[in-house]
Every structure is written in structure tokens, then in C-alpha cells.
Design a protein around this ligand. Structure first.
Ligand code: ADP
Ligand code: TRP
Length: 325
């Protein structure tokens, strides 16, 4: 069985929200599907929807891969690659575009959302056609399963529809992929209680030093309740962050301490700080041992492997539609 998934590198850092919302689920996916091949592509081309800095793009991608590896993603277990190394993505995108009707793309929610936000002038052709590239990504590799959030279900349905349309017209060519709807991890909050995001300056980076992490944890606002007063953990941002790091037993104990009264926010913050450090320290040690060149070499090696698969598929497609003479 082959699974295709992706990772985003929109900055050269990862924060705790990224860790619990993207990195950990990916590691768990590999554990759950032990025997599956997992193709993991870097969404470099996919986020290119405006003029952007090429130096930063490269740096972000390499660093994020180093961070994934440092977090425990076994880079030999995942077939990590850069679609920009594989011309098949663009080639299949081109072919699928020819059998996709405009009205079909007009129904896609990402495009409709951009319209609803009044971004008519900013929407480029790329945003409009995005689901076609996504379909090409998937179909190129005879993918069986695609982990997607609920928001991507429509795109996956499009990939299935277009594969069937092609198969019906030209004969069995593409495998019909199935969605694997991942459990919603929910939003991880930042130190101000909003969604942790690099856009809000409310994050804790996995590579932050101890001093910075302590400062950030101390900044989490708390209520005016005294130490003695019982507290509702579910209303406390310190608890909401802390619980991410706890075993069910530790969680139970902490909840009881909140509810019983006698727990100071200072102690709750100290405990949270220690838990964060216990997570990030080994990550930082591992990170320091991985070089940029390790990642570049891996991508080059994997590009050869995936290109073989992709080229075979494109040859089949070109033959079926009569492009190859
Ligand atoms: P940011 O919001 O900081 O710009 P990105 O959009 O680059 O983060 O997110 C990269 C990945 O991390 C995405 O898969 C996203 O779902 C996940 N992620 C980001 N922030 C959070 C969060 N606060 N809680 C859960 N998951 C998150
Ligand atoms: N559109 C997906 C998202 O935003 C990312 C994506 C692009 C993707 N191509 C894909 C996901 C192929 C799975 C398979 O979540």
C-alpha cells in the first residue's frame, strides 16, 4: 500500500503547534501503517502563489526537514522528495487540466473562500487550478491512501473523479485513491490563548533556548484567583498548553490539583516549563547533529527513485492519449 502525504515549510522554524498538529500525527501515521510505503513531499511548489524570496524558500525547506528528523521522523522510513525534482507533476497537471472543466474548479471551496474574502484581484490562475495539481500529485504515484483534513476532502474527491474520467475515456491508467481522514488534533493555543501561529508572536519554537521558553511561559496570562481558590483547568491557558505534554495519569493529577485549590499559577507554569524542556531538549540535540548536506543528499537520492515511478506513469498516460508517437 502506498500513502502520499506532504509537509509545509512556511518558515525555517517549527513551533509547538506545528509539532502537535503536524509532526506528531505524521510520526503516528507511520506507526499505524507499518507496512505501507509513505511518500512525503515538500510543498514547495504548492505554496508558491506569489512573488517570494527563493533563498528563504530553500532555507525553510531544508531546516524544516532537519526539524522533522530531529523530532523523530525516520527519514529513511518516509520517501521524502521535492516535486520540483519530478517533471511528472507538471506534465500530469497539464494533461489533467485539459479534461477539467472550468465550472468544476469554480465549485472548489478554496477558490470560493478566496472570492468570499473579496480577494478577486489577488486570486491568481494558480489558486484557481490548485486542485488539479493536487490530483496530479496523487495520481502520479498510484497512491492508495491520502491523509487529509476535512477541509481537503473536496479536493480528494476531485482527484478521484478526474481519475475515473480519464480511465473511462482512455482505459485503466490511474488507481482511485481513498481519503484517510485524520483525527482532528484541534488547535494548539499560543501563549496569548489564540491559535499558536508564527503570525501572532504567541509561539514557542522547538529551537528556543531555556531562557526564552521560561520567559514565554511566564507571559501566559492567568486569572486573579488566589493560590487557595479552586480553579477550573479548562479555563486556564497554562493548563491547556501543559496538558499536551502529559500522560493521562499526569493529566488526571494536575486537574485534581487545579480543582482542589492550593496550586499557584507560578507552580503550574514551572511544571509546564519543565515539560516543554523535556520535549525540546532531545530535539535540539538531534537537530544539531543533522547537516544541511544530509538533507540535500537525501532529496537527491529520493528524486531518482520517485522519478522512475513518475516517468513510467507519464509514459503510460502519453501513450494512452496519443502524445507519444
Ligand atoms: P502557522 O500558523 O504558524 O503559519 P503553518 O500554517 O505553517 O503554521 O502550519 C504548518 C502545519 O502545522 C499545518 O499542517 C498546520 O495544520 C499545523 N499547525 C500550525 N499551527 C497549529 C496549531 N496552532 N495547532 C495545531 N496545528 C497547527
Ligand atoms: N492541498 C493540500 C492541503 O492544503 C496539500 C496538498 C497538495 C496535498 N497536494 C497534495 C495533500 C497531495 C495530499 C496529497 O492540505
Amino acid at each position: 500500500m502506498r500513502i502520499l502525504t506532504w509537509l509545509q515549510a512556511t518558515s525555517d522554524q517549527l513551533h509547538i503547534g506545528n509539532y502537535f498538529g503536524a509532526v506528531k500525527p505524521m510520526i503516528e501515521l507511520a506507526e499505524k501503517f507499518k507496512d505501507a510505503e509513505i511518500f512525503l513531499f515538500l510543498a514547495i511548489m504548492h505554496s508558491f502563489n506569489n512573488i517570494q524570496d527563493p533563498v528563504a524558500l530553500r532555507k525553510n525547506a531544508i531546516n524544516v526537514l532537519k526539524l522533522y528528523a530531529a523530532c523523530g521522523a525516520d527519514l529513511n522510513r518516509f520517501m521524502i522528495f521535492n516535486p520540483a525534482d519530478v517533471p511528472g507533476h507538471a506534465q500530469l497537471n497539464r494533461v489533467l487540466s485539459c479534461i477539467t472543466n472550468m465550472w468544476f474548479m469554480e465549485r472548489m471551496h478554496t477558490y470560493k473562500e478566496a472570492l468570499d474574502k473579496g480577494k478577486t484581484k489577488e486570486i491568481n490562475i494558480w489558486v484557481f487550478c490548485y486542485p488539479i495539481l493536487m490530483a496530479a500529485d496523487i495520481l502520479l504515484y498510484d497512491t492508495d491512501l491520502v491523509p487529509v483534513g476535512k477541509d481537503q476532502k473536496q479536493h480528494l474527491e476531485f482527484a478521484r473523479d478526474i481519475a475515473m474520467k480519464f480511465n473511462n475515456a482512455f482505459g485503466e491508467t490511474f488507481k482511485i485513491p481513498k481519503p484517510y481522514i485524520q483525527e482532528d488534533v484541534g488547535l494548539i493555543i499560543g501563549i496569548d490563548g489564540r491559535k499558536m501561529s508564527k503570525s501572532y508572536n504567541n509561539y514557542i519554537w522547538l529551537l528556543d533556548d531555556e531562557k526564552t521558553i521560561l520567559k514565554r511561559v511566564k507571559q501566559i496570562p492567568t486569572s486573579a484567583l488566589t493560590v487557595e481558590e479552586p480553579k477550573n483547568p479548562d479555563e486556564c491557558n497554562v493548563y491547556k498548553i501543559c496538558k499536551l505534554f502529559l500522560t493521562p495519569e499526569e493529566d488526571e493529577t494536575l486537574r485534581k490539583r487545579y480543582q482542589a485549590g492550593g496550586l499557584s499559577y507560578k507552580d503550574a507554569k514551572e511544571y509546564t516549563y519543565e515539560k516543554i524542556i523535556a520535549l525540546v531538549q532531545p530535539i535540539q540535540e538531534k537537530y544539531a547533529k543533522i547537516s544541511d548536506q544530509d538533507i540535500i543528499d537525501l532529496l537527491a537520492k529520493n528524486a531518482k527513485i520517485v522519478n522512475k515511478i513518475a516517468t513510467k506513469k507519464i509514459e503510460d498516460v502519453y501513450k494512452k492519449i496519443g502524445f507519444s508517437l
